[in-house]
Ligand binder design. Sequence first.
Ligand code: CAA
Length: 458
Amino acid sequence: WPKDVGILELEVYFPAQYVDQTDLEKYNNVEAGKYTVGLGQTQMGFCSVQEDINSLCLTVVQRLMERTQLPWDSVGRLEVGTETIIDKSKAVKTVLMELFQDSGNTDIEGIDTTNACYGGTASLFNAANWMESSYWDGRYALVVCGDIAVYPNGNARPTGGAGAVAMLIGPNAPLALEQGLRGTHMENAYDFYKPNLASEYPLVDGKLSIQCYLRALDRCYASYRRKIQNQWKQDGIDRPFTLDDIQYMIFHTPFCKMVQKSLARLMLSDFLSSSNDTQNTSYKGLEAFRNLKLEETYTNKDVDKALLKASLEMFNKKTRASLYLSTHNGNMYTSSLYGCLASLLAHHSAQDLAGSRIGAFSYGSGLAASLFSFRVSQNASPGSPLEKLVSSVSDLPKRLASRKRMSPEEFTEVMNQREQFYHKANFSPPGDTNNLFPGTWYLERVDEMHRRKYARRP
Ligand code: CAA
């Protein structure tokens, strides 16, 4: 099988407009700090009616292919992960085939995968599995994930966002998926779901969703740890796996505070599995919780407080940088985790990252979750695949800073428009295409048969 299958290139797209979370706090009449400190969010990107899931994915794929200058026939598989469903039958993937038309390449496996925010990870696993199978024909795979995360007026609305990520998958990758190391947890839960086909909004049980996320994290970490320890045993290493063995840890990010608590929770897992006589000073302040069971702690504020304090240094080192895009753009559902990966790369040099292990936790409500890891290549020399990958995302902060700040009134007006046009036929979306970034695909027309036509801003 090919060696070191993983991510060779990565491209991120987010909308050109955002609303500031302090403005939103005032507008929604909530206490100052609720969104910015309580949720850890500073800005939220949003799309006008001119953008939909197809246009987001068209844009991110086109950007990736143009930047890398890869021939369109070098792609043998294209997977899409999304939960932004605008058609119950026709896949986003079929729309993306339009980009390949001139090349004549139609021999491209893969289709859409959906389960809340997990679809991108399922797509990544599908692409890697293909590459490690007898069906692989030597070409690259493209994994595309994207979503428009919108909520009705209320508590959940500030946890919206929008964006897409495209990843080029191939062998000898600077971010190689670690083989045999996936800890997965799946169960039946109604924490966040979209039964209302006439609306873009989900039904959410916010508190339950947080518990489901944390329970899935506990279970995935336990499986991952068991699997890596088994691998180690075969190599003659017999010691417990802890967070010290992961240099960077990224998470699906519904809101940033959730991630800080999640890393802290992994520390609690390590602490509770460590022996009573452990002298590890990083567990200072947790001694009182020695006899707790993990599942008794989901809503325990004392545990939360002690854990956040004990894990702060680790959070600053392993995870904080990965939250840059999430805090400035919000939840991107399937692409959230991969936006975190891009942010992590954008804030470290290739030398910093070389040889490290990046742990990744993917969560999709309903629910499906996996914890897996990337091994970063050792070669960080100028012109190496790792150095090229890192420098390709280094302009992320600059790109975010170039977006247009919109008022909460304008944001609300756009949300109302999205409601008005959702699933309508026979319309041309209102709006000025100059508000989009150059090179962005947008929805030009939905005809009377619901057929969608797209154009590209020069
Ligand atoms: N200053 C500082 N902090 C403040 C504050 C202030 N003035 N006011 C409130 N806070 C804090 C609260 O103490 C709380 O923090 P702790 O939990 O650490 O105590 C935090 O701000 C949030 O406040 P509330 O709990 O009162 O928030 P809420 O009830 O209004 O809603 C929410 C929060 C449940 C996350 C809601 O936004 C929601 O439903 N969001 C969508 C669902 C979601 O994101 N779930 C996450 C897991 S599911 C998942 O991951 C899938 C997915 O992508 C959706």
